[in-house]
Design a binder for this molecule. Structure first.
Ligand SMILES: C[S@@+](CC[C@H](N)C(=O)[O-])C[C@H]1O[C@@H](n2cnc3c(N)ncnc32)[C@H](O)[C@@H]1O
Length: 283
């Protein structure tokens, strides 16, 4: 029987040309720490050490990481059900079987097209898993830095997969807290979304100290000591990152666990989550 999951010629060419990326396992990386917190196996001793230090400082960090990933899947499911068929997922993270953006989008609409972007070689090493699109849709992977939106938007893999003249959803989940103010996150979002047509969506999640500043501050210190820049932001600061002309969907900036939670869901205490989610629409 023919498989529904077939690669396009472009994807086959990408895989044929594929050179294993060089992965520095001597230092912790945010994607691998997050993988450990989610119970994954794609991590090395320095990542596990940093993750264990994070858990010592923030005992509920794994609950928060799972709530963030669940928010990603809920937001993509919601957008796919309202007709969105193009997704640009920046700061993809290490793939999780069956729990990636294309899995959620193509479960609703198999023709959905997804471009993934990350700058961590460990994610690149797992890009094949991100390329296993449904035959009716498409996926692509770009190895790029989110702080260079022009390079992402001009990349041939993007124009071959997405139509920038049609509305699309841009996702940056659990990424912008790795951008201190010096990285000008509002400016990055502005440049990324400037040329997108009205009706496009932006999905963000971001760590906050609004509910438990002392514990969250302990976690930030662990990341910074591991060489990973981190800056948490308040509800107001996150809302202020939205470029002009973008309007948050209901319920606005909300804890990832609470954003359009399923009826009857057992909601955790806000101090256990400390991560906001937001879905906005370009007017
Ligand atoms: C905590 S993980 C989040 C993964 C996924 N978005 C999620 O929410 O489940 C953060 C990801 O952002 C990526 N990242 C961090 N800074 C980045 C940058 N400047 N450019 C591209 N990717 C970045 C990391 O490599 C990592 O894969």
């Amino acid at each position: 029987m023919e498989s529904a999951f077939e690669r396009s010629a472009g994807q086959e060419a990408l895989i044929a040309d594929w050179n294993p990326p060089v992965i520095d396992t001597s230092k912790p990386h945010s994607a691998r720490i997050y993988d450990y917190l989610l119970g994954g196996k794609t991590n090395f001793a320095p990542d596990r050490e940093a993750a264990e230090q994070t858990l010592a400082a923030v005992p509920h960090a794994s609950i928060a990481a799972r709530a963030n990933r669940a928010f990603l899947l809920r937001a993509v499911d919601h957008l796919a059900r309202t007709g969105v068929r193009q997704f640009l997922d920046i700061g993809t993270g290490i793939p999780i079987e069956g729990r990636n953006t294309h899995d959620a989008a193509q479960a609703v609409a198999p023709e959905s097209r997804v471009v993934y972007v990350d700058n961590d070689p460990i994610v690149l090493a797992h890009a094949r898993a991100l390329l296993s699109s449904h035959a009716d849709g498409a996926t692509a992977y770009i190895d790029a830095d989110a702080r260079d939106p022009e390079a992402i938007l001009a990349h041939s893999a993007l124009s071959e997969t997405l139509d920038l003249d049609q509305p699309l959803a841009v996702l940056m989940l659990a990424v912008l807290h790795f951008f201190p103010d010096d990285d000008k996150p509002a400016d990055v979002l502005q440049r990324l979304t400037d040329r997108l047509p009205a009706g496009s969506h932006l999905v963000l999640s971001h760590l906050t100290g609004d509910f438990d500043p002392v514990t969250t501050g302990g976690g930030v210190t662990v990341y910074r000591k591991s060489g990973i820049p981190m800056q948490v932001r308040s509800r107001t600061e996150l809302a202020a990152l939205l470029p002009d002309g973008w309007e948050p969907l209901e319920p606005g900036v909300e804890l990832v666990s609470h954003w359009r939670a399923e009826d009857g869901a057992d909601l955790p205490d806000p101090s256990e989550i400390g991560c906001y989610g937001l879905v906005a629409r370009k007017l």
